[in-house]
Design a protein around this ligand. Structure first.
Ligand code: GLC
Length: 450
């Protein structure tokens, strides 16, 4: 295995998915610009093409709503390959929609301030990026403000998601109960045809019933004319998700650094951080299970489903070191796949639990972005040994199998779409960032720490 060859291949994946001013997540299955994908993608570009990294984020923010919401999809160019399409969202029902560009009507995990901070750090000449950062700062701030103004429904410092697609982990078993209990009533769902299964086997995708509920929720939001207050009252899906809030917390920490760099007022961001940290402890930490769980705000109950996101606050520097130690031990025992001496991966779901499926997305497979977040988190706490093993397995999976959207935890098999952009960009980040460690590994030497 040659490090330079893998990096070259990763860059080629991104180049092939580049659409002139943004990067689509994959060649066929996802033909538009997705919000958190673009954040991960910009982090990869920041190591070798700053211009593309900045263009990627600028293009995404073109879709920002007047109320600050950064939509989960921006439809820059028409495509027949994806449902629901721009017209299905009918965002002009809302005065808050951007007007001159088509987007979806919901949001996705806010990784963007983190991407911007990476762009700043990785730029050799900071002057090249300062103007971009200063232009984007107000937009970033207003995207976080949107979340606190409209989704911190109990004013506790946590932000609620109204649709599984907002959480990024659409098909997670965490949402099974809520989706199952949704009664389709008082809403006319126009007949629709899924397009995802034209490109990927249906055994790797959500069930038809889950899809029906996804579309039902969109119809409900349209009925509410995308009025956030109304939606939060009426939506049967209203959750404080651990993964979303961890990404937001980390993004707040990075936004704070950006604000300080630009000599902007930091008080508001500090307030979010302080309240968020407290709310993680009070609402999301579960003493019984010794892990973090998402919370169903509509039903007022904890969602006690063990997924990889139960440990994700590690990425956001939320727990103290002792708790991180215990969480990482749990990750290894509840998710014991690929647990060889040199390589470890984090599957999305514990195989002993109900609803586990090693081929279906977010229900068991390994994703490079969850590996990456846990990897980064462990590094920040100094758990370099386990972090190194996760990094190595990520590299190994990709070099042996390709740039898949996700990977089976039990067989040597890539799943979902091949040539997936964030798989490529996060691999680039790992190989550039901790270059010396992996250099040694590629050349056959085992170095003790990263
Ligand atoms: C899938 C994933 C979502 C991602 C999108 C585009 O829907 O669940 O997280 O943003 O694909 O890659």
């Amino acid at each position: 295995m040659d490090k330079n060859i893998i990096i070259k291949k990763a860059k080629k994946v991104l180049e092939n998915n580049w659409m002139g001013h943004f990067t689509k997540p994959s060649p066929k299955l996802y033909p538009h610009q997705w919000s958190w994908d673009s954040g991960f993608i910009a982090i990869g570009y920041s190591h070798f093409d700053l211009k593309k990294a900045m263009t990627e984020l600028n293009s995404l923010f073109k879709g920002q709503w007047k109320n600050g919401m950064l939509p989960h999809i921006v439809f820059h160019k028409p495509s027949n390959d994806y449902f629901p399409d721009a017209k299905d969202w009918e965002i002009d029902l809302s005065d808050e929609a951007p007007g001159d560009i088509q987007t979806s009507g919901i949001t996705q995990p806010p990784i963007h301030a983190t991407a911007v901070w990476n762009i700043y750090n990785n730029a050799e000449d900071k002057k090249d990026v300062l103007q971009f950062i200063s232009n984007l700062f107000t937009k970033l701030l207003s995207s976080h403000r949107f979340l606190y103004n409209f989704r911190d429904v109990e004013d506790k410092g946590l932000v609620a998601n109204i649709h599984p697609w907002e959480t990024g982990i659409d098909n997670s078993p965490k949402w099974d109960m809520i989706l199952k209990n949704i009664a389709i009533e008082n809403i006319n769902i126009p007949p629709f045809k899924r397009k995802d299964i034209n490109f990927v086997s249906s055994e790797e995708r959500p069930s038809d019933d889950a899809y029906l509920k996804f579309i039902y929720l969109i119809e409900l939001f349209k009925q509410c004319k995308y009025d956030q207050k109304k939606i939060c009252k009426e939506s049967p899906f209203l959750v404080y998700d651990v993964l979303f809030n961890s990404i937001l917390h980390k993004a707040n920490l990075d936004l704070l650094k950006i604000a300080a760099l630009l000599k902007e007022d930091t008080k508001e961001i500090e307030g979010w951080i302080e309240r968020g940290k407290k709310a993680f402890e009070e609402i999301l930490w579960c003493d019984k299970d010794s892990m973090y769980h998402s919370y169903d705000q509509a039903q007022h109950k904890t969602i006690r489903v063990h997924t990889a996101s139960c440990a994700l606050p590690i990425y956001a520097s939320i727990p103290d070191k002792e708790r991180v130690f215990n969480l990482k031990e749990q990750l290894l025992t509840t998710c014991p796949f690929h647990q060889e001496n040199v390589c470890v991966s984090i599957p999305t779901y514990d195989k002993t639990q109900e609803g586990y499926d090693p081929a279906n997305y977010w229900r068991g497979p390994i994703w490079v972005n969850t590996n990456w977040m846990i990897y980064k988190g462990l590094l920040s706490y100094g758990f370099e040994d386990l972090a190194g093993k996760i990094g190595l397995n990520t590299i190994r999976l990709i070099s042996e199998l390709g740039f898949w959207e996700y990977f089976s935890p039990t067989e040597k098999r890539g799943l979902g779409s091949n040539n997936f952009s964030w798989t490529a960009s996060l691999l680039i980040d790992i190989l550039y960032k901790e270059a010396d460690y992996y250099e040694n590994w590629f050349s056959g030497e085992v170095s003790k720490s990263i």
